[in-house]
Design a protein around this ligand. Structure first.
Ligand code: SAM
Ligand code: SF4
Length: 456
């Protein structure tokens, strides 16, 4: 029995795919790279923007053709966030999908295969967390600490696809961290839509009580930091819950990387309010100031949406001015994508696409300038790089620093942690050498490799 699993979207989907593959391997499946050679194809989907939905739709069209060619002897599964939404259910019917599992039900895959045609969209508490075996031979791994989101950002489908927040018991998190360490993992990323509200009682806002028996996120960071894994990361933070205790825990825990991804979405108070982000510009900047005070060497990145409904030129100028004030090292920049059923899609009018793309390209230009200035500061410094393997550029290996810079090193280095010297920088790369005399000719980045994550 051969399976092919396609993953769209975030690290959480990658983690879920890994769990599904472990379940399938347990009942005798092997994995192939081409869907035409498989008996079972699972599409693990993302629904956050229109573009990943379009990609899933195109793939489902191909899979339906393959199923017809094989006279039905082919099993297709649509799983993850898109499956949970009405949009996904329509696509499932249209393309003759056999199995549909929402993000809370993916571990029902074996039961689903037994039945042939199966649909489950429940969030069963006991099935939400599982401990997949550590990925074989991997130097870094993800570890889910919570699922779901209690916020209600008006543009976002995540609360509808992943349900309310549920935190995983700390003992299980620590046990999995130890298992990863024993398997040779040297970097673990703690995952959740809003990891900062780990362990908190239902609701939103900064001052929520902790659930019985749960540590706070700051305490959990300290606990995972003692597990003996050299690098601990976490995504994603929400400014409202990113409190001083968390910044202090990062400062006090050597294993925790000084890399903060703090999505801002907009620099305009008016837009933040329409997005229901629960903070204003000044509050966000107070969080950044605290990071700069306690972690002066931290790198900071963000998510920004350009062209939210009703965003004026003046609002957008405020996003640019906030960007200049924070001086982000990197950013994931998106144009607003209207998503069916969200409050923004129901109540607000989308703005013209040309306006959104023009704003996005101004933002990208600013990001390139600032990222280059930030990166040039590292030239001449020794940094720690976690090498993952060969880079696309010949003769180089690729990895990332503790600050999450993509780093390229000349020569052959084994996967793992290495100390190297930064000898050249571009807006989104640090070029490094094992000894400083081994310089680099200026290398310009290839087109299209900026962190312009999506134009849709
Ligand atoms: N929970 C995280 C937070 O609040 O920052 C991020 C989760 S979301 C999957 C990742 C990013 O996608 C968001 O930070 C936002 O910038 C972007 N995003 C979400 N919905 C979007 C939409 N409708 N259009 C464009 N970008 C969107
Ligand atoms: Fe979506 Fe907002 Fe929740 Fe992030 S905090 S997942 S953007 S609703």
């Amino acid at each position: 029995m051969r399976a092919h699993v396609v993953t769209f979207g975030c690290q959480m989907n990658e983690y879920d795919t890994h769990a599904i593959q472990s379940e399938l391997a347990g009942i005798g499946y092997s994995f192939v790279d081409d869907f035409r050679q498989a008996d079972l194809v699972l599409v693990n989907t993302c629904a956050v923007r229109g573009k990943p939905v379009e990609k899933a739709q195109t793939l489902l069209g191909e899979l339906r053709k393959e199923k017809l060619r094989r006279r039905g002897a082919y099993t297709i599964g649509l799983i993850g966030c898109l499956a949970q939404l009405p949009e996904g259910k329509r696509l499932g019917e249209k393309f003759g999908v056999d199995i549909m599992l929402g993000p809370g039900a993916i571990t029902e895959i074996v039961a689903a295969l037994d039945r042939g045609r199966f649909r489950s969209f429940e969030f069963k508490h006991e099935l939400q967390f599982y401990t997949p075996p550590p990925p074989r031979g991997a130097v870094s791994a993800n570890l889910t600490i919570m699922r779901g989101c209690n916020h209600r950002c008006t543009y976002c489908v995540v609360p509808a696809t992943r349900g309310p927040e549920v935190s995983r018991p700390a003992d299980d998190v620590i046990k999995e961290a130890h298992a990863l360490k024993d398997a040779g993992v040297v970097e673990v990323t703690l995952l959740g839509q809003n990891v900062n509200s780990y362990g908190m009682a239902p609701g939103t806002g900064a001052r929520r009580a902790l659930l019985d028996g749960y540590p706070s996120f700051a305490e959990l960071l300290r606990m995972v930091g003692r597990a003996g894994i050299p690098r601990v990361r976490f995504v994603t933070s929400h400014p409202v819950n990113f409190d001083d205790e968390i910044v202090e825990a990062i400062a006090d825990t050597p294993a925790v990387c000084r890399y903060i991804h703090l999505p801002v979405q907009s620099g305009s108070d008016r837009v933040l309010k329409r997005m229901a982000r629960e903070y204003n510009r000044e509050f966000y900047l107070s969080r950044i100031r605290r990071v700069r005070e306690l972690l002066p060497d931290a790198t900071i990145s963000t998510d920004i949406i350009a062209g939210f409904p009703g965003e004026t030129d003046e609002d957008f100028e405020q996003t640019l001015s906030l960007y200049r004030e924070v001086r982000y090292d990197a950013a994931y920049m998106f144009i607003y994508s209207e998503r069916e059923g969200t409050p923004a899609a129901i109540h607000f009018d989308d703005i013209p696409r040309e306006v959104k793309t023009e704003r996005l390209s101004r933002l990208v230009d600013l990001q390139k300038t600032i990222s280059l200035e930030q990166n040039l500061k590292w030239v001449g410094e020794e940094v720690e790089v976690l090498v993952k393997g060969p880079a696309d550029e010949q003769g180089l290996v690729q990895g990332h620093t503790r600050g999450n810079h993509v780093a390229l090193i000349r020569g052959e280095l084994e996967p793992g942690i290495h100390r190297v010297m930064v000898v050249h920088a571009t807006p989104n790369r640090l070029y490094c050498a094992r000894d400083a005399s081994q310089g680099f000719d200026p290398v310009e980045p290839r087109a299209g490799i900026y962190r312009l994550t999506s134009a849709l």
